[in-house]
Design a protein around this ligand. Structure first.
Ligand SMILES: [Zn+2]
Length: 189
């Protein structure tokens, strides 16, 4: 199927598309359609966003790292032990895979990169930037004085990792983001 870009969240998708009018010209995705077209009030917008954040959480949680020729080492002892164990099953060269103390073979590195790419893709296909932001905002708020700023930088960064073209400054998007932030503050502050 051909990939197309949602005019609202800028995600590249191959799923169902909907008309984005009257919010924008062109086609939008199912997630944005639920938020921008179907929802009429902040409450309805938040309901749609919350459902999408649940899907994001489930996708994150159920996709744990696959088994493979790698291990984690945070000390020399862990490194020695891990290498000794790995040598029982493979003679392949091992590397620091550069993912938080992960040591493994080239094969493991390729498998893990594929795993992360597939997971990211699944999140792009099934969630919206708003669902990701909703979850990550609640997850990271309070980390470092973010209460003084309008948004939470970390949540914004994570959202952009999945949806690099998503525009936080766009007035339509901003309205939804603001509703998410206000909702969190009303519930938690
Ligand atoms: Zn969209």
């Amino acid at each position: 199927m051909n990939k197309w870009e949602c005019v609202l969240c800028k995600a590249n998708l191959d799923g169902d598309c909907y008309h984005a009018e009257p919010i924008a010209k062109g086609l939008c995705c199912k997630r944005c359609h639920a938020i921008f077209i179907m929802a009429k009030t902040d409450k309805e917008i938040l309901k749609a966003v919350r459902e999408q954040s649940k899907i994001y959480q489930q996708t994150k949680d159920k996709n744990e790292l696959p088994d493979g020729e790698y291990f984690f080492a945070f000390s020399q002892e862990q490194l020695d032990k891990g290498l000794a164990k790995m040598r029982q099953t493979t003679q392949a060269e091992v590397f620091n895979l550069g993912m938080g103390g992960m040591i493994g073979t080239k094969k493991a590195s390729e498998e893990l990169n594929k795993f992360f790419a597939e997971k990211e893709n699944l999140i792009r296909q099934t969630c919206s930037p708003f669902g990701v932001f909703y979850y990550e905002y609640a997850n990271h708020e309070g980390d470092y004085g973010a209460r003084d700023s309008e948004f939470n930088d970390e949540a914004e960064q994570i959202t952009k990792e999945y949806f690099p073209d998503f525009n936080f400054a766009d007035p339509n998007n901003r309205k939804v983001i603001k509703a998410i932030v206000d909702d969190w503050r009303n519930r938690c502050l």
